[in-house]
Structures are given as structure tokens and as C-alpha cells.
Design a protein around this ligand. Structure first.
Ligand code: PMP
Length: 458
């Protein structure tokens, strides 16, 4: 026990200690956080669907019709008609032959990589891929080569030089929209390399599904690569407002995953209310794709407002906007000061992002108003300057220091979808990541702490 308290103290000293904050009432553009109404700028509820009345109703009806739990794994007695219906719908949405539900995005990435990355192949993984991809790589029997972020030349070099002789088909895996940077993988280039080197491809569309591409169908659909990418992973807990995930691809791949993906085989099937909620969300998205346009317009509004304040922002804004700070302690101090202004923008620190690239990860939702996003940018800039960050002077305007009460009034009074105010209650990351690729035994490559150049994200 003493050892745990020492470790916790160490985390505190490093500015890396984490704790849970509680939201009262449903998720929305404004929430009550630890009893205080705040503008929420760090949720993945991108389309604002998680508290939508139709989705709530669908989940409630499903609980009455099918019960709360599936009671068993998919391969035993847990596969229900509602799972099949959502899978068919997801396959149509992603433009693939089939789709297979998993308990979460973490499990889907873990399962598909573990299943496809067998001993005879070699895995190529972007250094900024999500932790669940990293875990999948660790669980796979195949050696792993980590290529520099979005660097096609480095990937091509690895495919050419690092694939062991007589190896089976290589496996390339990447996020499409990167979760902490908001930038997009060069999918066409990756698909070309995959063709050249006869590689399989897995693309994680956790932050793209419902957010970008034609009618929110994702970055793979935007690039017209539905038939080229072998496995598209999508999540149901972000833009689709529910929980769980899926892998979309050929029917043959689905049959293989049913036989080989351990999180599918050894874990209880997704709960019927959640599955029905996700199905309703998908229907809603197909009927009203203008939500996606609103999300993108809001992203442009916040991006423009932050740029006008003097922040160095990425050229191509997505709904995920990193505001780089650098040091973990300062980042968390900025988050706390922003909370005093009733803006919640979570600080992100190692090991989620590489050392020295701590940041605010600001996200927008289709349900924010442009006005509140502009005011949020102003609050973020003032707080950043107060903490000594180099932000520039920003646009000329009267000081905000006395405007706190106004902000508070507007954000706290704005009604949630169900009518109440719920009173119940940059820059691209440098590639300084923290693992190197090390040959441990013939044919096996593993991640080891050190080099800035070949990082695996933990
Ligand atoms: N992939 C990416 C890129 C993610 O950001 C996340 C979660 N933040 C996941 C997968 C895991 O998804 P889930 O939350 O459904 O487990």
C-alpha cells in the first residue's frame, strides 16, 4: 500500500496525477461538472446525440423489449437480432460487405490487430496511434515497426527494409483522424503502399465516423477507399452518442474475426439498449446529415477565433483542436483556471501524448453555438496569457476580466435539450515520442523506452 501512495505522490510531483470529475445530468454542450455549470469543450459527443430524445427512447424501448444485458458472449447465446440489424446498417453506412460489433473501440482495435497480426506477418503502426492500437500490437504475435507520424517515406522504407524475409502479408495500422492532434492520415498514400507491398490495412475511424466525409461516413469514404482498406474500425460512443464499436470489411474478414478476435470471443455481447440507441443515432445521422456540416462549421469558427487570439493552430482544422502548452503542470493549471471561468477544456499529458507536448485538447460539438465558441476562445487566450504562455496580443477589445458573470449567466442558463439547465447537480505534436523499436529476438521487434523517433504511444 505504501508503495502505491509513493507512486501517487510521484505522479503528483510530475504534474501527472489524474482524478475523476463527475457530471450531473446528461451530456451536452454545457454540463454540470462537480456541481458547477460549465461550457464543455472536451467531449467526443461531437454531434450532440447522446441525450437526443429519439435515441433515449430507442434505448428505453429496447430495454423493455430485449432486456438490459445480452447475457453471454456473441459466440454463445449473446447474439441477438438487434446486433444483426445494427451490423447490417453499419456495413451499408461504411460501404463494406459486413460489420461486426465489439464492446468498445479499445476492444475492437485490440481484437482486429491481435487477430490479423499473426506470427508470420509484420505490423507497421503510426507513432501517434491510439493506445488501444498500441495494446493490439503488443498482443499480436507479429513484430512491430513504428513509423514516424504520417510519414509515408518512413513507412515505405520500413516496408522495404524491415519486413523479414519469407514473412506473410504486412499489416499497416493507422488512426484516420488522430485523437489528440485532430490531423488526418494520408490514407491514399497508405493504400498505395499497401498495394505495392501487398499489405493489409486497418484504419481506426473513431474520431472520423459521424464527423467527416460524405454524410459523416468517415475519412476512408471521403477518400473513396472503402474497397481498398481491409478493416475499418468505428466507434459508437463518440459522434454516435452511445457506446461500443465495430469493425467493417469483407464478409470473409468478419468470419475470421468471429473465430480469432479474443475480445469478441471471450467478452459479453454489447447490451441491447446501447445497440438500439446506436442504431437510432445512425438513422438520425442518415436523415439529417446537416449535423455534420454544423460540426464542421463550428470547428472552423473555433479554429478562426483561436487563431485570431494569436494561437498557432493547425492549417487544416478538424473538430479536435490541440492548443499546445508543453509542460504538464502548466497545462493542468490552465485547465483549472479555465474551470474558474466555467470553461472545461481538459489538459492532456503523458503518457497520452509524448513528453513535452502536453496540451489542451479542445473539441467542438454540432450543438455549440458560434457565439459561445468565440467567447470560449477569448477566455482560453486570457487564461493562457495569465499563465505566461506565448499567445500574442489577440484582437483589440475591452478586457474580459469583468465579463465573468456574463459568461457564467449565459452558459449556465442555456437550456439542455430536455429543457432544464441541469441544476441538479496548434500545432502538430513533435514526434518526440517515447519508445524505440528494438530487435529482441530474431524476427521480433518490440517497443522500448527512449528514442524520439520511433515512438509507440502508451
Ligand atoms: N480509437 C481512438 C482513436 C480513440 O480515441 C479511442 C477512445 N478515445 C478509441 C479508439 C477507443 O474507443 P472506445 O472509447 O469506444 O473504447
Amino acid at each position: 500500500m505504501d508503495e502505491l501512495s509513493t507512486r501517487l505522490d510521484e505522479l503528483r510531483d510530475l504534474g501527472l496525477y489524474r482524478r475523476l470529475r463527475l457530471v450531473s445530468g446528461p451530456q451536452g454542450p454545457r454540463v454540470v461538472l462537480d456541481g458547477t455549470p460549465v461550457l464543455l469543450l472536451c467531449s467526443n459527443n461531437y454531434l450532440g446525440l447522446s441525450d437526443h430524445p429519439r435515441i433515449r427512447e430507442a434505448a428505453a424501448d429496447a430495454a423493455m423489449r430485449w432486456g438490459v444485458g445480452a447475457g453471454a458472449s456473441r459466440l454463445v447465446s449473446g447474439s441477438m437480432t438487434i446486433h444483426g440489424r445494427l451490423e447490417e446498417r453499419l456495413a451499408r453506412f461504411k460501404g463494406t460487405e459486413g460489420a461486426l460489433l465489439f464492446g468498445s473501440g479499445y476492444l475492437a482495435n485490440f481484437g482486429v490487430i491481435q487477430a490479423l497480426g499473426d506470427r508470420s506477418s509484420m505490423i507497421f503502426s503510426d507513432e501517434l496511434n491510439h493506445a488501444s492500437i498500441v495494446e493490439g500490437c503488443r498482443a499480436a504475435k507479429a513484430p512491430v515497426f513504428v513509423y514516424r507520424h504520417n510519414d509515408l517515406e518512413h513507412l515505405a522504407w520500413g516496408l522495404r527494409e524491415k519486413t523479414p524475409r519469407n514473412a506473410g502479408r504486412p499489416l499497416i495500422v493507422t488512426d484516420s483522424v488522430f485523437s489528440m492532434d485532430g490531423d488526418i492520415a494520408p490514407l491514399e498514400g497508405i493504400a498505395d503502399l499497401a498495394q505495392r507491398f501487398d499489405a493489409r490495412t486497418i484504419v481506426d475511424e473513431a474520431h472520423a465516423t459521424g464527423c467527416i466525409g460524405p454524410n459523416g461516413r468517415g475519412a476512408v469514404a471521403a477518400a473513396g477507399l472503402e474497397q481498398e482498406i481491409d478493416a475499418i474500425v468505428g466507434t459508437l460512443g463518440k459522434a454516435l452518442g452511445a457506446y461500443g464499436a465495430f469493425v467493417a470489411g469483407s464478409n470473409e474478414l468478419m468470419r475470421y474475426l468471429v473465430n480469432a478476435a479474443r475480445p469478441l470471443i471471450f467478452s459479453t455481447a454489447p447490451a441491447p439498449p446501447i445497440v438500439a440507441g446506436a442504431l437510432a443515432a445512425l438513422e438520425l445521422l442518415e436523415q439529417s446529415p446537416e449535423r455534420v456540416e454544423r460540426l464542421q462549421a463550428n470547428a472552423r469558427t473555433l479554429h478562426g477565433a483561436l487563431q485570431a487570439e494569436g494561437f498557432a493552430m493547425p492549417d487544416d482544422p478538424s473538430h479536435i483542436l490541440p492548443i499546445m502548452v508543453g509542460d504538464a503542470t502548466t497545462t493542468m493549471n490552465v485547465t483549472e483556471s479555465l474551470l474558474e471561468r466555467r470553461v472545461f477544456a481538459q489538459g492532456i499529458r503523458p503518457p497520452t501524448v509524448p513528453e513535452g507536448t502536453s496540451r489542451l485538447r479542445v473539441t467542438v460539438s454540432a450543438s455549440h453555438t458560434p457565439q459561445e465558441l468565440r467567447k470560449a476562445a477569448q477566455a482560453i487566450a486570457e487564461v493562457a496569457r495569465a499563465h505566461g504562455l506565448d499567445v500574442g496580443e489577440g484582437p483589440k477589445r475591452p478586457s474580459m476580466t469583468n465579463a465573468r458573470e456574463d459568461d457564467l449567466g449565459e452558459w449556465s442558463a442555456a437550456p439542455s435539450r430536455n429543457g432544464a439547465a441541469q441544476p441538479e447537480a496548434g500545432r502538430k505534436a513533435s514526434s518526440s515520442a517515447f519508445f524505440d523499436v528494438e530487435q529482441i529476438d530474431p524476427g521480433m521487434v518490440r517497443a522500448r523506452r527512449t528514442s524520439p523517433q520511433f515512438g509507440l504511444r502508451g
